[in-house]
Design a protein around this ligand. Structure first.
Ligand SMILES: [Fe+2]
Length: 331
């Protein structure tokens, strides 16, 4: 894994204060960053009024890295208070930053939430949580969070994943690997673009795991989009044993290639990592959580980008394991 430089977009001071003031005003009017129609309406209205500078910073990913870092947001380590001990108790901790991230997400596309995750909030808290150390979810710490597509099991998953850093005293790295940097044999691409095995819901979706109404649909791992390959990849939740040997071998070679091109991004407070969820798989290195209020604290937002053609059309017919994706703004 390398720590090669990733593309950085610096927000200027004026844009940063414009965002802060907008978020503070919305928070003052709504009193919470929890999902309400009033909050979503105000966010949409405010985001529509932002100027060209911010829009330019929020333009789509435009390199083979498949990601960029927005840098320069202000975070006051004291004012945000201690890192919550889990999403369930986080409530409105860092609420102004929730709204800021939601504003940025709205400039980039249509923010996405899940009925079955973190109370349907559009901005999630990613913090280590006691008892969840070894899970393959954002609440874990002691294990390597293996590289994956966010919400890979679902056809309504995000096109963009945003991770905003409030605190990261220990420089814990997020890992990211772009399919556009991987080198794969044509035969492997031909195999992996076939739907052979399903991707099952992850541990963050307790209800979806009991879903038994229909069989899990096999899905392709790779897709040849107009502008290059995209991927849908979550080995921890893929029953690869069900695939035939040549497919398993190709999958393992893809996994090795993603490891080879993986970069480590250690976010600093005020930085937002924006990952194209069709090009890049992300993960996290293991760390030891302290649970003393000083642990790493990220805010996560998911975005749908209307009109994208980066996925097989057949996905539209998948059941999504009974999970409903909620989009912030009606189109
Ligand atoms: Fe993730």
């Amino acid at each position: 894994m390398s720590t090669a430089a990733v593309p950085v977009r610096h927000l200027d001071d004026r844009t940063v204060s414009e965002l802060r003031q907008a978020a503070e005003q919305i928070l003052a009017e709504c009193g919470t960053s929890a999902t309400t129609p009033r909050l979503l309406g105000k966010v949409a209205q405010t985001a529509a009024g932002f100027g060209d500078s911010l829009r330019h910073h929020c333009r789509p990913v435009d390199t083979a890295d498949g990601l960029f870092v927005l840098r320069g947001l202000d975070v006051d380590d004291e004012a945000i208070g201690p890192t919550p001990a889990g999403w369930a108790t986080a409530g409105d901790s860092g609420a102004r930053h929730d709204i800021q991230l939601l504003l940025l997400a709205t400039v980039m596309g249509n923010p996405l939430a899940w009925e079955g995750q973190q109370d349907g909030r559009f901005v999630h808290n990613i913090v280590p949580s006691p008892g969840h150390e070894s899970e393959q979810t954002g609440a874990s710490s002691a294990v390597l969070l293996s590289p994956h597509t966010e919400d890979a099991f679902h056809p309504g998953r995000a096109h963009l994943l945003m991770l905003g850093c409030l605190r990261n005293h220990d420089d814990i790295a997020t890992t990211a690997a772009s399919i556009r940097k991987a080198r794969l044999a044509d035969e492997d691409i031909a195999l992996l673009t076939r739907p052979v095995v399903p991707i099952l819901p992850d541990d963050a979706y307790a209800e979806a795991q009991g879903y038994a109404a229909e069989a899990p649909p096999p899905v392709p791992t790779l897709f040849a989009a107009e502008d290059g390959l995209t991927l849908r990849f979550d080995p921890a939740y893929t029953p690869l044993d069900e695939a035939h040997a040549p497919y398993r071998a190709a999958y393992r070679r893809l996994e090795a290639e993603l490891a080879r091109v993986s970069v480590a991004v250690s976010l600093a407070p005020g930085e937002v990592l924006v990952v194209d969820n069709d090009l890049v798989v992300h993960g996290r290195v293991p760390f030891r959580a302290r649970y003393d209020g000083s642990d790493r604290w990220l805010k996560r937002a998911s975005v749908r980008v209307p009109g994208r053609r980066s996925r097989p059309l057949a996905e539209a017919g998948e059941h999504g394991y009974g999970q409903a994706a909620l989009e912030a703004h009606a189109r």
